[in-house]
Design a protein. Structure first.
Length: 242
């Protein structure tokens, strides 16, 4: 309706399928409008679709409907047996196959992409763990290397809050630098991710806001352990530390 009659009421309009000048083509009148569907796949662009009463299908000679869709408000697990019995009463020779719920159909359609996203999520979680361990290791080494300096600062009047801020500043500075570089790389790789996404854009603003916040929070936790350890250093032992 939006494609062929934009801004107009498509109800009551008529059209022909294929070449309108081909002999035998009949006019079809629009009697209702439904929402868009993704008949060709979840990752395919929405295309023009139409529903026809099977008694009126004349453009495809020999076409016989092969699918039966049933809506129910009850439990679907026990519905297949009842449907087979009803069809057997109507036509005992009619085979019934490929019975599935809509949830199963959608699950099969999205199985490959779901597996890919699960793998990506697993790799992302592993990368987050390695990054947090790396930040912890760098800061722990930083505290060890600057034990004398921390002792001097404490002897000159630095409070535990000052020492805590010093170490956190070092760690979070590295984290923010990594987040900026990562955001730039993410924007550059959005085209590669778009084919694996459904219902969300590769440049989704919420994702690009929430992920850096999660990364920063994890990095803050990783920084706190060596930072708190630095605040407990004894100034006298620190000055003698080599």
């Amino acid at each position: 309706a939006r494609q062929y009659w934009p801004g107009e009421n498509a109800l009551g309009r008529r059209f022909k399928v294929g070449d309108p000048d081909e002999p035998g083509k009949q006019w079809k009148q629009i009697v209702g409008i439904v929402a868009d569907i993704r008949q060709m796949g979840l990752d395919e662009p929405v295309k023009a679709e139409m529903y026809l009463p099977y008694q009126q299908i004349t453009d495809w000679p020999g076409y016989v409907p092969r699918d039966l869709a049933i809506r129910t408000n009850g439990e679907t697990s026990n519905l297949a047996g009842a449907v087979r019995e009803i069809i057997r009463e109507v036509d005992p020779d009619q085979p019934v196959s490929n019975v599935a719920t809509m949830a199963e159909v959608l699950g099969t359609e999205a199985a490959q992409r779901r597996m890919g996203m699960i793998m990506l999520a697993g790799f992302a979680a592993l990368a987050l763990l390695l990054a947090s361990l790396g930040i912890y290791g760098v800061l722990a080494y930083f505290v060890t290397q600057h034990t004398n300096e921390i002792g001097v600062r404490q002897a000159l009047g630095a409070t535990p809050r000052n020492i805590l801020f010093l170490v956190l500043k070092k760690g979070m500075g590295l984290t923010l630098l990594g987040v900026v570089i990562g955001l730039g790389a993410s924007f550059a790789l959005t085209r590669l991710m778009s084919s694996m996404l459904f219902g969300v854009k590769a440049s989704d603003p919420l994702t690009f806001v929430m992920v850096p916040l999660v990364l920063a929070l994890v990095a803050l936790v990783a920084c706190l352990v060596p930072a708190l350890r630095a605040t407990k250093i004894d100034p006298l032992e620190a000055l003698r530390y080599e």
